[in-house]
Design a protein around this ligand. Sequence first.
Ligand code: BEZ
Ligand code: FE
Length: 295
Amino acid sequence: MSYPEDEPFTASVLASFGPAAPVRAKEILTSLIRHLHAVCREVNLTTEELYVGLDALNRAGRMSDAKRNETLLVSDCLGVEALVDEITHKILAEQTSTNTCILGPFYRADAPRYENGDSIIQKYLGGEVTWYHGRILDADSGKPVAGAELNVWECAANGLYDQQDPSQPDGNMRGIFHADEDGRYDFYCIKPIPYPVPYDGPAGDILKLMDRSPFRAAHIHFMVESETHRRLVTQVFPSDDAYLNRDSVYAVKNDLIIRFEPPTPEAMKGRGARGTESGVQWEVNYDFRIKKRPT
Ligand code: BEZ
Ligand code: FE
């Protein structure tokens, strides 16, 4: 086999960097050029096919805005965000912390702020109400991280996030909570359901070409951080979900699969338990372990 850099044309492109190219950018671009050239040669890519690919990238860019990140979704459907998450987690050697997972395109920093015991369900569209609680702990000492911020988001029972669905109030099914002195947090949500990722753009085209389902395994998203502790981005997956082995964006990790348990009597005590049409049906007790920021 000949390496792409042995080809005179690829070698000339790789040799064309100027002396001021930043080291890391040069490392990444060198590898990208090598691999892109290798792909073109391996599949004998035609100009027409190149334009189809570039058109998909252009459409993804045009579709992306504050409410939709189609380019990230394309990377998700190719397994790239999940792979980069895995690599980043290994580089940071955070084995003692809760495992990370992809951010996905539906995070919002401006989620409503709640007190512990509140519900993130502003408009109930169905679903099995869950009391979700636990502690936020230092990954190494196991001590509580008082005041740590927990941002949680999930789709409603119709499979849509608030920013995708004009019928939902802004901020529905998402919220920001803070750990108390013992590191405890608690809120009400619904047991997550599988839902299809947006299928009407270039990411959907890729899934169709790969003959894959657009459904994500059921999950709840979390971002946990504090002044003293590094940001943890993760998801948890209910153990009884049918899509655990065929998540459309390859994000499921075994140690993030958790059991939703029948509720204890305590589950009815929080403010968020009031007025739930179906009553509280599930309870989760889950601790997050986060790493100190480097000093
Ligand atoms: C999500 O988890 O919300 C998500 C992740 C990747 C692609 C689409 C959706
Ligand atoms: Fe999601």
